[in-house]
Design a protein around this ligand. Structure first.
Ligand code: BDR
Ligand code: CA
Length: 325
């Protein structure tokens, strides 16, 4: 697996899940600016790698979106992106190779690799633009991004990662990558961790991993409950990572043509899912609107529903490093 991340609170938990899992070999972590600056995200990723007792290489990539003004989410993740916990500077160094080259080389050398994206898709867009053929080596590209049902978290129409760099997402969605879209809605409702479950994660944790996972997500937890009225702590990146590790956690999925809105005044970064396959080539055109042009074959597997208890069990297993066998 190779992971691209704008490491802040929930990204760090997703990293832990992959790093400690005996069935997953993480070949590299590439960093992109998003939730926090590139430098801060790099520090946060390297601190997390160190906490897991590992030396996985961390590569820095794009410090801004392809065209848009950089936007941060420090209000949600804290000034340090880690819930204002202000951990010590990690000893784990950053690699000198740029993230784009690391992505290209790692994917080229490892046919069948799983690519997981947890931030704006700038690095991935740069990599597939430079070496388009690498998409054929990726067996699954699990994307935490978008909203299939148009209930956004950064605007009413869009989810943060895609909104942040819509042009990059559009390149990736049309690149031939085998994208599995894990939208923001999948970490809401029963996928939220309520207080008792948060306590359980803390109790189950070893080597400080449980406390860490909870502490860094405390600000988001509060905002999620007080501003959005959701029941608990939402962990979008860990939900996507859970599906990357255990595909059966996604219990309902289907293939659709999905495009990214890059021009809309109200809809920047909206993931437009052709849910009824009216615009997809090969799909039954039930629309009576003459100008509707067939867009192309379905390009994305959209995840609609998860097995919430199974995702929470995997999270608990991960922070407790308790894996069968
Ligand atoms: C996504 O944006 C960030 O705030 C999270 O890390 C996650 O990747 C959720 O919209
Ligand atoms: Ca993220």
């Amino acid at each position: 697996m190779i992971i691209d991340t704008d490491t802040a609170s929930d990204d760090a938990v997703a990293l832990i899940m992959a790093l400690v899992n005996p069935d997953i070999e993480v070949l590299g972590i590439t960093i992109v600016a998003g939730n926090v600056s590139l430098q801060q995200a790099s520090i946060n990723a390297r601190y997390t790698v160190q906490l897991c007792g590992q030396t996985i290489p961390v590569y820095e990539g794009a410090d801004r979106p392809l065209q848009r003004t950089p936007a941060r989410a420090e209000f949600f993740h804290g000034d340090d992106g880690m819930g204002n916990m202000h951990y010590p500077v990690p000893e784990h160094p950053v690699e000198t190779k740029p993230a784009v080259d690391a992505l290209i080389e790692t994917i080229r050398d490892n046919p069948g690799i799983i690519l997981v994206t947890l931030g704006p898709m700038t690095n991935i867009a740069n990599a597939v633009s430079k070496e388009p053929d690498i998409v054929n080596n990726v067996s699954r590209c699990v994307v935490m991004g978008g909203v299939a049902c148009t209930v956004g978290n950064i605007t009413p129409a869009a989810e943060f990662n895609i909104w942040c760099d819509p042009e990059a997402a559009r390149i990736c969605f049309h690149s031939g990558l085998p994208i599995e879209m894990v939208g923001w809605e999948l970490c809401r409702g029963e996928a939220n961790l309520v207080e008792a479950e948060i306590e359980q994660i803390k109790d189950a944790g070893v080597e400080g991993l449980g406390e860490f996972a909870v502490d860094i997500n405390r600000i988001g937890y509060q905002i999620n409950r007080e501003l959005l009225g959701d029941p608990g702590m939402a962990l979008p990146d860990p939900v996507a990572m859970a599906i990357a590790i255990d595909p059966d956690i996604c219990v309902k999925q289907s293939r659709h043509y999905v495009d990214i809105e890059c021009h809309g005044e109200l809809t920047r970064g909206m993931t437009v899912v052709d849910q009824l396959n009216i615009a997809a080539e090969g799909g039954e055109n039930v629309s009576m609107w003459e100008p509707l042009v067939k867009q192309g074959p379905p390009n994305v597997t959209v995840c609609w529903e998860i097995d919430a208890p199974r995702w929470k069990a995997l999270l608990e297993q991960s922070v407790g490093r308790r894996f069968p066998g």
